[in-house]
Design a protein around this ligand. Structure first.
Ligand SMILES: [Zn+2]
Length: 374
């Protein structure tokens, strides 16, 4: 891009054949190679909260980003602003990122500066455009396209997590305006952090605490969910989708990799990647069909939880968390005082009951895409 950002384009075609528009871009990229990561004149800032021992990222300039522009001026549609070229899947750095590449080493707070410690917000924020079609929805995308998206996520994850200053990479989506989505075009995001965010830090500590040398936290969770069975939504050989025993959000579904050692997208076999596409679509379709006429359209947060950088990361287990923000056809779920200020969730449902309701929604079977990659 003119401002130094790099666009990664993904397409699918018969094995070994490249679509002609991708060849054009490849030639242009060879002629005019990227000059390394973009360096912002004024990166965002992070401040240390000594009461919770965690960072807050201040991205004040993001107040000016486009809010729900009209369909004709959608910056993600082909040929409008960010993506002048034809594309199938496009991944590129956010124009106004909350975190960005900053040369040099990251400083950590110590006892001498704990109470007013700040740092440039290092990291990376990418936009993942799922489809060139403005009105497409993830749940209704052809299965092959979701499979290609899994491959694109994996390719970006591999490249970003390999960077020496990055500790953790989050692939996520805020679906629906009530979930904070500011562009209607189907897209998700990738945030790369120079530290482990608090919830992941806790999960990692629990993973280590339960490890007995062979098995641990995730084996126990999967074993209990499989044996009990009452919260299962769908499964394949490689993945289990269920409402966890400890769900905090209404209709909260997690998709866990069943195989030990799969701590990120990188360890998955081609067969497992097909299954992941199939089971993600299955869960997303059930959400769309649960209350088809509901107000709000079932806004949902989706996060892929994966670790690669920690010593012993293979003890962790890749999983996806779907966190819906709607608790009935007319009512939204809000994080209220106790949840926001004290961190304890109050749920007005039981996971078993909601799992039975969601489990009765079509499609009952997980469909798998054709094997396109090896
Ligand atoms: Zn669009």
């Amino acid at each position: 891009m003119d401002d130094g950002r790099i666009v990664n384009l993904y397409d699918f075609a018969p094995w070994g054949e490249n679509p002609s528009h991708l060849l054009l871009h490849r030639d242009a990229a060879i002629e005019n190679p990227p000059q390394g990561p973009r360096i912002l004149e004024k990166p965002s800032e992070m401040r240390w909260n000594p009461t919770l021992a965690q960072w807050t990222v201040y991205a004040a300039h993001r107040m000016n980003r486009p809010q729900l522009p009209s369909r004709d001026s959608c910056p993600l549609c082909p040929g409008i602003l960010e993506l002048p070229m034809p594309y199938q899947i496009a991944i590129f750095e956010n124009r106004a990122p909350a975190m960005s590449f900053v040369p040099g080493e990251m400083e950590r707070p110590d006892t001498t500066n704990l109470f007013e410690f700040k740092s440039p917000a290092r990291g990376r924020c990418d936009i993942v455009v799922y489809s060139p079609q403005h009105d497409e929805k993830f749940a209704f995308m052809p299965l092959e396209n979701i499979y290609a998206l899994v491959e694109a996520w994996r390719d970006r994850y591999r490249e970003i997590i390999a960077q020496s200053d990055i500790e953790f990479v989050s692939i996520f989506e805020n679906k629906g305006r009530e979930a904070g989505m500011t562009l209607d075009h189907p897209h998700g995001q990738i945030y790369a952090f120079p530290f482990l965010p608090p919830d992941l830090e806790k999960q990692w500590a629990q993973t280590q605490a339960f490890w007995d040398g062979k098995r641990g936290l995730w084996e126990k969770i999967l074993e209990k969910e499989l044996r009990d069975g009452s919260r299962i939504i769908a499964q394949t050989d490689g993945f289990l989708a269920a409402m966890p025993f400890y769900a905090r959000y209404p209709f909260e579904v997690h998709i866990w990799a069943k195989r030990a050692g799969v701590s990120s997208l990188l360890e998955m076999t081609p067969q497992e990647r097909r299954e992941l596409a199939g089971i993600m679509k299955n869960v997303a379709l059930r959400y769309e069909r649960l209350w088809p006429d509901a107000a709000y359209g079932f806004p949902t947060l989706m996060l892929m939880q994966q670790l690669s950088k920690q010593a012993g990361a293979e003890r962790y287990r890749f999983h996806i968390e779907f966190l819906p923000l709607q608790r009935s056809p007319e009512k939204m779920k809000y994080r209220a005082s106790i949840e926001s200020g004290a961190g304890t969730f109050l749920a007005d449902f039981l996971p078993e009951e909601q799992a039975a309701e969601l489990g009765a929604v079509e499609p009952k079977e997980v469909e798998l895409p054709e094997l396109l990659f090896d």
